[in-house]
Design a protein around this ligand. Structure first.
Ligand SMILES: [Zn+2]
Length: 114
């Protein structure tokens, strides 16, 4: 049985649903906010960009949606973009800190050395 990913158009939360047969399930709602405005995400592969794809498609002039800002993988993209533009290679420490922020932001906030 396939597992489909659905994205909430209200809050941006993703939900994986095990689909019986090959029919899109009816009456799905978002687990996070209860909105019925959910959309099937076409494929995991196209949704999950690599970090370098994110960086190269990053546009500092564009306005970002709430869901973009809630996506922790986008944390630090602006800083990385500015560094790259200035021709500065981010230090390993900087990269590690970003990686921590993207994977577990709450842990970093508690971390004293940040
Ligand atoms: Zn939602």
């Amino acid at each position: 049985m396939p597992i489909y990913e659905f994205k909430c158009l209200t809050c941006g939360a993703l939900r994986s649903v095990l689909v019986q047969g090959f029919k899109t399930p009816e009456g799905l709602s978002c687990e996070a906010c209860g909105s019925k405005d959910v959309k099937k995400v076409v494929s995991k592969v196209s949704y999950h960009q690599s970090q370098s794809d994110r960086l190269s498609s990053y546009d500092p002039r564009s306005r970002h949606s709430d869901s973009y800002l809630k996506d922790t993988r986008n944390i630090g993209l602006h800083a990385e973009h500015m560094l790259r533009k200035a021709g500065v290679k981010p230090t390993e420490e900087f990269q590690n800190k970003l990686e921590k922020l993207r994977t577990d932001p709450s842990r970093v906030i508690k971390d004293e050395d940040v």
